[in-house]
Structures are given as structure tokens and as C-alpha cells.
Design a protein around this ligand. Structure first.
Ligand SMILES: *Cc1c(COP(=O)(O)O)cnc(C)c1O
Length: 444
């Protein structure tokens, strides 16, 4: 039987046609399996060993975490809460142990009263927050995309699905933080039930306390979406949103926290415990991948042991890389504030053709970054933004320090200014990766 022709697709049909060709022309099902394995292997060799991966949302997981992701427990069903009576299925006593260890390790790593480990993505955590703290028709405030706002807190994500009205948090494009005078004006007018802070483009802490003080006058809550900064927050290096007045925080386990890709939700207020826990199950998670939970438990233990040193070096490397790029004539945002307090460096590459061509050119040289909207862009410039976003998590875990950031800045500048060929820089990166292929900040 052949795969049917496409009627209408959102995905790129050229790539789907490539796959269809292979499936329809393969002499056996076994050979199709080989094609899947080949793609996995090609990616592992290229992205795993030959590239400088500078994507801000990525982190390499430790060998132990990776091993656990294929463990037997990942085939088991364990819907429900921890404990024999709380489960739908029998036979879960060891799964209860794994999940309890994970939950308690997360509480310890972040110094919080409550944590949940069952979110297969941080998006699900954000849906949990909107379901718990808002009702359809409520007003909320969140960050627009040119200031790093994420779709999950906008109309096209969980916030939109919940049916809330979204007002932009007014930002100061120079200081890259909230414009508090303007915020107060808008907030007093629309009286948001929830203010969603935290962003995908994140350089500096946000005024959680000041915002919480204002919206608490009418019982408004503050949510910090710490997807990117989760590890930095856990290590005490960024800001501590829950201690500063946020009611709930979510985060991606696979970004700076460097665990298996999935989500974490944290809170301190016992009053929120039932509604959050019962939104996660039975509303948003059922079979929640216990192999992933085991991997998350180990990632949390590694974070407790090595997180502070690891996260400190991530930020030191980001500052060094930002300065080195800026010194070489690639304008980096946040110049007057020390460039960054996170793992991210945001460069304005509009003089070099813009974010999309620059990111693709860098990829030809095995340097992987992403195109990014920056404050001077409009939200609809999404396809052709002015900036690129660079993250230092992976290169840090590979053992690189400030002096390697100088080399990386030299390579990036060579490519985007066209003073070096992509082939020349690609060979430099291949050499560099031969010396940096072992993961640090984890148990042997
Ligand atoms: C990445 C990101 C998310 C989504 O996280 P996933 O774990 O990929 O679901 C949500 N919010 C922000 C701000 C993000 O950057």
C-alpha cells in the first residue's frame, strides 16, 4: 500500500515527499527502519560531534540521564498520583519510589514546598497555570514576542486556549525590562487576574516584586515562566521569582537545567496545591513517561551536586562571548548593562543581512544558533527578524571557558562579516570539537 498524495499540508512537502519516496520504494519494511536509524545517526555525528551547538533552549544530558530515557520503566502505565490508592493500576510500588524521589529532589533543588514532575512539556505546565489561576474572559498581561514573550502566554498558546484577554506588558526597549510607570497605568485599568513574566529571550531579571505589589491589591496573581532560566534560578544566580512574590513558576527541564526535555512546576502556597495537582492529573497528563521521570530525578541530583559551578560558568561564558562579539563589531543587546545575566547573548545582525540568512550561513560552518525577534522588530517580522540568539549551555557543559568564547566570537564574526569562508570555519569547529567531547558537571 502506498502513502496517499498530499491534499493540504502545513509541513514542508519537499521533506515529506522525500520520506514518502523512501517508504514507497523500499524493498522491505526492515530497510525503512534502517533509514530511520540512518537519520538518527547522521544527526548524532553532525550535531553531536561536529557542531558548535549554541541554541539557547538546548542542553546536553549526562550519560546516566540518557541511559535512563530508554529504561524498561518507560513502558509502564502509572496514571494518577503517587501512592497505591491514588493509582488506577496495580503494580506501581517501584514507580511510586521513582516518582517520590524525583519530586522530593526537585523540591530540594529549588528550595520550594511543592513541585510536580509529570509535565511532558513545559507548555503543559503553562496550561496548568492558566487552568488553575484564570477563567475564560479574565484579563491577563504577558510579554509580546519582540521582547521575548513565548507563544504559550499569548493567543496562539495555552493562554489563548483558556480564552483570556491578553494585554501587553509595557517594556523599555533600551533597559530591556518592564516600564513600571506604563505597567502601573495599564494594570490599574485592566486589573489583570494574572501577570505572566519570564521570556524566551531573557537577558536581565524582571521586577517581580514591584509587579506583585501592584496586582495583589485586587487579588491578581503573578506567574513566572522560567522555561529558560530554570537552572540559573535553582543555582541562585538569576532572581528567585517565588521568593519575590510570584505565586507559581514553571520551567523546561531540558533548557539550562540540563535534564530530559519536559516540564517542571513549582510553588510554595498550600492553597494552590489541590488545584494544581488535580489539573495535572486527570486533566493534562495521564501516561507521563516514568523513564523520563527517572531521568529527571537523576538530573535533579546532578544539579544539586554540580549546578552552582555549572550555571556560574554558563553566565560567565555568555558575558565573555557577548563582549567579544561586540568588540568585533557585531552589536550585542544590553551593552550598557553588561550584556547579559543569563546563558543568552542577543546580537543585532540587521547590518549583516538579518537573522534568517545569518543563522543559515553559520549552520553551513557548523555553528548552530537561531534567528530571533528583537525589540526593534514587529511581531509579524517573525520570519525575517533582525537578531540572532546564542546560548552557552552546551559549550559550557563540554568544558569550555572564557578563552574559548574569544575563539567562538572570532569564528562567528569571520562567517557573518564574510572575512572567512564557511569551509575554513567549519574545519576550525571540527578541530575544536575534537578537544571538547566529554560532558562535565555530572556523575561518572
Ligand atoms: C521553551 C519555552 C516554553 C516551552 O517549553 P517546552 O518545555 O518546550 O514545552 C515555554 N515558555 C517559554 C518562555 C519558553 O522559552
Amino acid at each position: 500500500m502506498s502513502v496517499t498524495d498530499f491534499k493540504k499540508e502545513v509541513h514542508d512537502t519537499k521533506v515529506l515527499d522525500w520520506a514518502k519516496d523512501i517508504i514507497n520504494n523500499s524493498p522491505s519494511d526492515r530497510l525503512v527502519v534502517d533509514e530511520v536509524l540512518n537519520s538518527v545517526r547522521r544527526n548524532e555525528i553532525w550535531r553531536g560531534n561536529e557542531c558548535l551547538n549554541l541554541l539557547a533552549p538546548e542542553a546536553p544530558t549526562s550519560p546516566l540521564v540518557r541511559e535512563l530515557l530508554s529504561s524498561e520503566v518507560g513502558t509502564r502505565a502509572a496514571e494518577g498520583h503517587i501512592g497505591k490508592l491514588e493509582r488506577w493500576f496495580a503494580g506501581t510500588q517501584y514507580i511510586d519510589e521513582i516518582e517520590a524521589l524525583c519530586m522530593e529532589l526537585l523540591k530540594k533543588a529549588f528550595g520550594v514546598n511543592y513541585a510536580d514532575h509529570r509535565l511532558v512539556a513545559s507548555m503543559i505546565g503553562n496550561m496548568t497555570v492558566y487552568n488553575t489561576l484564570t477563567k475564560p474572559g479574565d484579563n491577563i498581561m504577558s510579554l509580546s514576542q519582540p521582547f521575548g514573550g513565548h507563544s504559550s502566554n499569548r493567543y496562539d498558546g495555552p493562554a489563548g486556549v483558556r480564552g483570556v484577554n491578553i494585554y501587553d506588558i509595557p517594556m523599555d526597549s533600551k533597559e530591556l525590562t518592564v516600564n513600571m510607570d506604563e505597567f502601573e497605568k495599564v494594570a490599574r485599568e485592566v486589573k489583570p487576574k494574572l501577570v505572566s513574566l519570564g521570556a524566551s529571550m531573557t537577558l536581565f531579571p524582571l521586577p517581580v516584586k514591584e509587579i506583585s505589589n501592584i496586582v495583589s491589591e485586587w487579588g491578581g496573581k503573578v506567574f513566572f515562566d522560567g522555561a529558560h532560566q530554570l537552572g540559573l534560578i535553582g543555582a541562585g544566580l538569576f532572581q528567585d521569582p517565588l521568593k519575590e512574590g510570584a505565586d507559581v513558576m514553571t520551567g523546561s527541564a531540558g533548557k539550562t537545567f540540563s535534564g530530559p526535555q519536559s516540564g517542571i512546576i513549582l510553588w510554595d502556597d498550600p492553597e494552590l496545591t489541590e488545584s494544581i495537582t488535580e489539573t495535572i492529573f486527570p486533566t493534562l497528563a495521564a501516561t507521563h513517561q516514568v523513564n523520563r521521570v527517572a531521568a529527571l530525578a537523576v538530573a535533579a541530583a546532578e544539579f544539586i551536586a554540580f549546578g552552582e559551578a555549572y550555571m556560574k560558568q554558563i553566565v560567565a561564558n555568555a558575558k565573555a562571548l557577548a563582549k567579544a562579539l561586540n568588540d568585533r563589531g557585531v552589536p550585542v543587546l544590553g551593552d550598557h548593562k553588561g550584556f547579559t545575566e543569563t546563558h543568552q547573548v542577543i546580537a543585532d545582525v540587521s547590518d549583516f543581512g538579518g537573522g534568517y540568512p545569518v543563522a543559515n550561513l553559520l549552520a553551513e560552518a557548523n555553528i548552530i544558533v537561531n534567528k530571533n525577534l528583537i525589540p526593534k522588530d514587529r511581531p509579524e517580522d517573525w520570519d525575517e527578524p533582525s537578531g540572532i540568539r546564542i546560548g552557552t549551555t552546551e559549550v559550557t557543559r563540554l568544558g569550555m571557558k572564557e578563552s574559548e568564547m574569544e575563539d567562538i566570537a572570532e569564528y562567528i564574526t569571520g562567517v557573518i562579516k564574510g572575512t572567512s569562508s564557511t569551509t575554513h570555519i567549519k574545519n576550525k569547529i571540527l578541530d575544536m570539537r575534537r578537544n571538547y567531547n566529554k560532558l562535565h558537571y555530572c556523575f561518572e
